[in-house]
Design a protein. Structure first.
Length: 41
């Protein structure tokens, strides 16, 4: 297998979310990796 760079692959990150009652839970957020790289450049 050869090495290659994936483009437009979804990336999952976990963020802490607090609801109206004060309970905190982890929530998955999906974004496209190429969009994140474009904003960072």
């Amino acid at each position: 297998m050869s090495k290659h760079t994936m483009t437009s692959a979804p990336v999952c990150t976990w963020v802490a979310v607090t609801d109206a009652t004060g309970r905190t839970r982890m929530e998955a957020r999906w974004s496209v990796a190429t969009a994140a790289q474009t904003q960072a450049a």
